[in-house]
Design a protein around this ligand. Structure first.
Ligand code: IMP
Ligand code: MG
Length: 211
């Protein structure tokens, strides 16, 4: 594990906040982390990053598309100067399990050699995708490479990942919202929620876990 790492806030109970004002809300069984709680935690994570990279050349990198909302909020909460860059990947594996063999669809725009890189992740599940990506990026000789993730599902971990900053540690549920999708939908919900089972059965399958 990374030294001085910040562990995620343990989320065990649904939020008391009810989903409202969105046509997608009817598909939501319950809100796990409400919008206000998300924003507070993102501000805290940004503060850790501010402190850690003071006077350093910081590059935030995120993997499309799930991390986009977290990235957008995190970068605005970070007050020190920094740059951003994106990668896009597709992972091979079954519908419910990533294999960790990742194909790069879009690489970072610029070399990262000698730079302080933070990989911004939406959620860590098995850990295979991140293990692969950190291997690729570490081989490019950045000055440092650290990981910030909004969500972590520790019960699902198959590969040990040295995560430096974690927003929330959540139960083994398939979650959507705040960038995370089910069949490409629900990314625009401002909270993290759990879908009603009929949404899966209507589609005739289990949640597909992909970027
Ligand atoms: P891993 O390789 O199993 O760690 O897969 C991580 C990726 O799977 C994440 O970056 C997400 O894109 C996706 N994923 C994992 N769990 C969920 C979930 O509960 N909802 C939506 N996407 C998920
Ligand atoms: Mg992702």
């Amino acid at each position: 594990m990374a030294e001085n790492r910040v562990v995620g806030i343990d989320v065990k109970q649904p939020s008391s906040v009810l989903p409202r004002n969105n046509v997608l809300d009817k598909d939501i069984a319950y809100v796990l982390i409400d919008a206000e709680t998300l924003q507070q935690r993102v501000a805290e994570l940004a503060h850790y990053i501010d402190e850690h990279y003071h006077n350093q050349d910081l590059l935030l990198t995120a993997v499309l598309k799930g991390s986009v909302v977290f990235m957008a909020d995190l970068m605005r909460a970070i007050t020190i100067p920094h740059e951003i860059d994106f990668m896009a990947t597709s992972s091979y594996g079954t519908e419910v399990q990533t294999s960790g063999v990742v194909r790069i669809l879009k690489d970072l725009n610029k070399p990262i050699e000698g730079r302080h890189v933070v990989l911004v992740e939406d959620i860590i599940d098995s850990g295979h995708t991140l293990a692969y990506l950190t291997r690729i990026l570490a081989a490019r000789n950045p000055a440092s490479l650290r990981i910030v993730t909004l969500l972590d599902k520790p019960d699902r971990r198959e590969v040990e990942i040295p995560v430096d900053w974690t927003g929330f540690s959540i139960p083994n549920e398939f979650v959507i919202g705040y960038g995370l999708d089910y069949n490409e939908k629900y990314r625009n919900l401002p909270y993290i929620g759990v879908l009603k089972p009929h949404v899966y059965t209507r589609c005739g399958d289990e949640p597909i876990e992909g970027a």
